[in-house]
Design a protein around this ligand. Structure first.
Ligand code: SF4
Length: 197
């Protein structure tokens, strides 16, 4: 039987209690859990894990992998209109060793899949992946022999952003969702599903 990772960082989970809400994180916290969280906020206390997760979520450095039309939408999130620097992410890197978020935007051909995987492998852990748009997520309309039918066949994807192309707002939404996952203590996708060999 596969043991699922603990994906809740709520105090009850930390205390080792397996209440229904801890097992069903989408159900929302109970009154008691809210009160405990309220005490933490009021007293300004936290744990090392939460502090590290907060720092990681707010200082993601993206490595761009723009391959087609979606890349134009991705580039625009650094503009003043969208201003990704609000999240400490203005440093778009073309160097995988100084990046921890790979944004794959556009269709990936089989020919490009090897360089993409090489870039991913060169990134230091922990690292995350966003598949931006229909093509990166599933091959989109290009159901043919040249295009990879989803980038998750070669790298583990944390967030899929739907659309053709997704607007910059949609990418921002995907990034905010990723921040929430990191702050909630959910491990990166490669730790849950592994990396394809
Ligand atoms: S999803 Fe649409 S906009 Fe994005 S790369 Fe594919 S065809 Fe272009």
């Amino acid at each position: 039987m596969i043991k699922l990772p603990l994906i809740s960082d709520r105090p009850l989970a930390k205390a080792g209690l397996s209440s229904e809400r801890v097992l069903m994180p989408n159900k929302g916290p109970g009154v008691f859990e809210d009160e405990i969280d309220g005490i933490e906020d009021a007293l300004g206390i936290t744990t090392v894990e939460k502090a590290v997760a907060w720092a990681q979520a707010n200082s993601l450095w993206p490595d761009t992998f723009g391959l087609a039309c979606c890349a134009i939408e991705m580039m625009s999130i650094v503009s003043s209109r969208y201003d990704i620097s609000r999240f400490g992410m203005e440093r778009f890197s073309s160097s995988p060793r100084q990046a921890d978020l790979l944004i794959v935007s556009g269709r990936v051909t089989h020919k490009m899949s090897k360089p993409l995987r090489q870039v991913y492998d060169q990134m230091l852990e922990p690292k995350w992946v966003i598949a931006m748009g229909a093509c990166a997520s599933s091959g989109g309309m290009f159901n043919n022999y040249t295009v990879l039918q989803g980038v998750d066949k070669i790298v583990p994807v944390d967030v899929h952003v739907p659309g053709c192309p997704p607007r910059p707002e949609a990418l921002m939404e995907g990034i905010v969702r990723l921040h929430e996952k990191i702050k909630a203590g959910i491990p990166p996708a490669y730790q849950i599903r592994g990396v394809a060999q």
